[in-house]
Structures are given as structure tokens and as C-alpha cells.
Design a protein around this ligand. Structure first.
Ligand SMILES: *Cc1c(COP(=O)(O)O)cnc(C)c1O
Length: 385
């Protein structure tokens, strides 16, 4: 069944890019676990494929599916989220400058500052919630703006549409890492972004069982350049990984609905909890960009950040005591996770930068899973003691 833009997200999640296997009618796209393809005569290929680094039918089905979900024409998949990020950076040349959100994912920050800096690409950190700061950081050398929204772990929301007006006026590429929101809640391309990046490891995969990344665009020229770098650098995903992700995208809408529902209830509960100082959740009216979140997103996501009363000792105790919330890095899986950014995911961020971003010792990040919400609330209550 061919799908179009007018079909519901759930219908597209299940059908976009998918067709019954032409040889057997198998409803699921088979795992084409092959590196190469037999040719009829030299250079005369039988189907569309000659070598699996260049393209593979299982990967092609996934790339088409993800592109559709983001409202894009072209999708490319990679071995990890950071591999996808690196491919975008390879669009730049020595002497170019990038404006980078000041609280992007730690691995993104490391890639820009420690790997691409050596190639002569300069990175300037900017608070993407401050449009004047974005405007005044622009100059001729800026070729790329890279942002995340909501950010990690303080869940700041950047106005994609407003920033895209600035990047368009300056002929700068705008790339948005949409990992936290997923295409179910937010479509950066429709808001003016040029490239959407995903760590499919998180919500898109959703089962904490694979590492992967994706890039989606509507621009044929940009797509050709990204595809050329994908082929040349070769950080493509394994075929089994692509199959797992195809299985995951079919339930993305259902999982996201429950992630959001559970997170909204938990955020409200913690907001009134005597042992909690402050809750950051885009769905709460107290969130500084709550109105923007309502406008830009169709739901508020499954991530909650809390400042508990006390310090390092109290937060450590809480993380030792939760039972359903497993103490682990990463996010976006069906199972709930809890982590301490200052010690775990953001340990590599210098202490002064952490302080500036509000990543203190009493800050705890929750990735709310899709378990029964009453059980999750009871778990947090007993852990907060
Ligand atoms: C995890 C993550 C990445 C990196 O993805 P990997 O799949 O771990 O390489 C990039 N951006 C965000 C927002 C992430 O959460």
C-alpha cells in the first residue's frame, strides 16, 4: 500500500517505504544479509544494487521509512548517531565556523571540539534559546548551525522556525538533532531546518538493543553530498540493525504516546513532591519555553529533569534505591532509566560549563518508559524516601 503525506503518522510508520518482498510476498522487509550482488555481465546489475556499503534493500526500506516520518524526501542511515553527525561536519572545509548549541549531547560536543577542530573547523557555543545571541554570532565564516531541542539534560527549547529565518538570511545550513522529540512530536524540516539528525539508538529504536543514526533532508543537492560522504567514509549500519529499526518504527507512535502520557503524570506528581526542589518538563507551565513547546511540538516527550532537595549524597541514594528506573546512561527505551548527569553522561563537560548550564549535583534525569505509570510513581516515591 502506497502512503502519502495525508495519511496518519501511524499509517506511515507502518507502511512508508515498505512493500511485500517481490520474490516471496513476505510482508516484512527481509534481512538482505549480503555484501554483494551478482551481475549479469560486467557492469550490468540485475536490480538496483551492486555493493552493500553503497546500498542494501533492507537499509533502503528503513531510509525511506524514516525520511517519510520526518516529512523529508531523502533518508540516510549510519552506524551511530555520532557517525551521522560527522558526515554533516564533512560538508565543511578548513576555516569554516559552526554555531553549536551550548548544551548539545556530550559526544557531539567532543566531535566538534576535539576531532573537527583539528581539521580547522572552529566551533562557537551559543545559547540557542537566545535569538539575539544567534544573530550576533553570525559572520561570513559561519557555514552551519547545529542545535538540539529539547536539550539534554535541561530540556531547553529552541525556536527552530525563528532560527531557520536567521540561517536562511545568511545562507547557512541549519541542522537539528531531533533525537529527544522524534518525528512523532516535532518535524524540523517543516519548520525550516535543512537537515534532521537522529540517534536512532534512543526513541526510534526504542528497545535499548541497537546503536544507529540517521540524516534526513528535502534538498536533493545536499542529499547527494551527504550520500557521497556516506559511501566514501563507510559508517553504514549493519543489515540486522536496519531490520531491528524497521520493526521499531512501526510502533513509534504508540510508544511515544505512552512515553508522553507517563511523563506528564510523573512530572506533575514530582512537581508537588516535598523532596523535590524543581521539575523541568516542557509540559509544565513553569517551563520557561512552555508556550514555544506547545507551538512547536505535538507533545512534550518522555524526558524529565529534576532537582532534588539535598546534594550529591541524596541524589546518589535515590539512584541506588529505584527498582524499575534502572540506573544507566542512554534514554528512549521502553524501560525507564534514571541517571546522574554530573557523574555519568555529562562528566566530560568542564565543571564551570556544567555550573553555567545548571547541571548541579542534585540534578537527576529520568527517561520515562512505558511501564504502568502507578508502578513508576510508587518506585520514585520509595526512592525519594
Ligand atoms: C545519544 C545521542 C547522540 C549520539 O548518538 P549515538 O547513537 O550514541 O552515537 C546524539 N544526539 C543525542 C541528542 C543523543 O541523545
Amino acid at each position: 500500500m502506497e502512503v502519502s503525506k495525508n495519511h496518519d503518522f501511524g499509517t506511515r510508520a507502518i507502511h512508508a517505504g515498505q512493500r511485500p518482498d517481490p520474490t516471496t510476498g513476505a510482508i516484512m522487509t527481509p534481512i538482505y544479509q549480503t555484501s554483494t550482488y551478482v551481475q549479469q555481465s560486467p557492469g550490468k546489475i540485475i536490480g538496483e544494487y551492486d555493493y552493500s556499503r553503497a546500498a542494501n534493500p533492507t537499509r533502503a526500506a528503513l531510509e525511506a521509512n524514516l525520511a517519510d516520518l520526518e516529512g523529508g524526501r531523502y533518508g540516510l542511515c549510519f552506524a551511530s548517531g555520532v557517525a551521522a553527525t560527522g558526515v554533516v561536519l564533512h560538508l565543511l572545509s578548513s576555516g569554516d565556523k559552526v554555531l553549536l548549541g551550548d548544551d548539545v549531547y556530550g559526544g557531539t560536543n567532543r566531535l566538534f571540539h576535539r576531532v573537527f577542530a583539528q581539521l580547522g573547523i572552529e566551533t562557537v557555543l551559543v545559547d540557542m534559546t537566545d535569538l539575539d545571541a544567534v544573530k550576533s554570532a553570525m559572520d561570513e565564516r559561519v557555514k552551519l548551525v547545529w542545535l538540539e531541542t529539547p536539550t539534554n539534560p535541561t530540556l531547553k527549547i529552541a525556536d527552530i522556525e525563528a532560527i531557520s529565518e536567521i540561517t536562511k538570511a545568511n545562507e547557512v545550513i541549519l541542522a537539528v538533532d531531533n533525537t529527544f522529540a522524534t518525528p512523532y512530536l516535532q518535524n524540523p524540516l517543516a519548520l525550516g531546518a535543512d537537515i534532521v539528525c537522529h540517534s536512532t539508538t534512543k526513541y526510534i529504536g526504542g528497545h535499548s538493543d541497537s546503536i544507529g543514526g540517521a540524516l534526513i533532508t528535502n534538498d536533493p543537492g545536499l542529499h547527494e553530498r551527504l550520500k557521497f560522504i556516506q559511501l566514501s567514509e563507510g559508517a553504514v549500519p549493519g543489515i540486522m540493525e536496519c531490520f531491528l529499526l524497521l520493526r521499531s518504527t512501526k510502533t513509534l507512535h504508540v510508544r511515544m504516546q505512552r512515553h508522553c502520557e507517563n511523563a506528564e503524570k510523573i512530572a506533575a506528581h514530582l512537581d508537588a513532591h516535598p523532596k523535590v526542589d524543581k521539575v523541568i518538563y516542557p509540559g509544565l507551565e513553569s517551563h520557561p519555553q512552555h508556550e514555544l513547546a506547545k507551538k512547536q511540538m505535538s507533545g512534550f516527550g518522555g524526558m524529565i529533569t529534576i532537582y532534588i532537595k539535598g546534594g550529591l549524597e541524596e541524589s546518589q541514594l535515590m539512584l541506588e534505591k529505584t527498582r524499575f528506573f534502572a540506573c544507566a546512561e542512554s534514554l528512549g527505551g521502553v524501560e525507564s532509566l534514571i541517571e546522574h548527569p554530573a557523574i555519568m553522561t555529562h562528566a566530560s563537560v568542564p565543571a564551570d560549563q556544567r555550573a553555567k548550564l545548571g547541571i548541579s549535583d542534585n540534578l537527576v534525569r529520568l527517561s520515562v518508559g512505558i511501564e504502568g505509570v502507578e508502578d513508576l510513581i510508587a518506585d520514585l516515591d520509595q526512592a525519594l524516601g
